[in-house]
Design a protein around this ligand. Sequence first.
Ligand code: GA4
Length: 331
Amino acid sequence: MVVQSNLSTLNHCSSIETRKPATVLDSIPSINLKDPESKTHIMKACEEYGFFKVVNHSVPMEFIAKLETQALEFFNLPQSEKDKAGPPDPFGYGSKRIGSNGDVGWIEYLLLNTNPQVTSLKTLTVFRENPEIFWSAVKEYIEAVKVMAFEVLELIADGLKIEPRDTLSKLLKDENSDSCFRLNHYPPCPELQALSGRDLVGFGEHTDPQIISVLRSNSTSGLQICLKDGVWVSVPPDETSFFINVGDALQVMTNGRFKSVRHRVLANSHKSRVSMIYFGGPPLSEKIVPLTSLMGKQEESLYKEFTWWEYKTSAYKSRLADYRLGLFEKK
Ligand code: GA4
């Protein structure tokens, strides 16, 4: 009976699908930030996958571990306590519902703005009695990850021969950069075993709207990316490395040369997955257009002109799996 009722909860999640044999992506591009050739490898990875792994970075493991401990401490609180930091509008604590347009998943999360001035009082309740410990763990982690994101964007600028080399990174360095941060917890779902041959979606397929996203997870698998041919592959977890997603804004800025990567996360039956993602976005007023120096003589923009505010507003009205750039393509 218990299994029955739990199964119906899962069905209510309406996110169960038939499992196809999961191909594991062994060949995932791995960029060693200390390798002098890294810009060439990054270019290939952005063109082929819109996704890559970063190793040999300088984000201290200690920052990562501290934040993961804090995150788990929060997610282990009684539901009624966590709910005080919700609902996400869009910032705050959320459980099962993603965005405000009907998407659901086997997940709970905290969505924060990286700009403390935008952090609402409600979100601050997350930090409870120990605001300094939680907030300082979040801040030191984000600061270190941002430095790595700047480096990655500068290598991309080098690879694309864009000058100055901070053309992209300065959009994230800007004090008005519209960046956000997400802590995700995918609880284990033991009932999954009863659903033999089926998977439960933790976070449904989507592309990230921003410029780039930097993801770090614990050692629990679940992340999958969609290759150019439409095949979904599993990304082996690596708790000491970071994964970078090309976002929609970078696709537009490269006039489609880079593609934003479609990705999703599947729930695990026995292990909990924790991930932390920094989404680097430009200031709201920034025009998102192909970089002039990248455009060939006769080349035309594939997209209509729009600001990040316009794109973001439109994105927040969409469903997770929608092809959001479609509305902004020149027909
Ligand atoms: C996907 C990338 C980030 O997680 C996010 C998500 C946002 C949300 O969770 O509120 C969105 C999703 C994301 C894109 C479409 C809209 C908005 C949920 C959703 C259905 C924080 C973001 O910036 O866009």
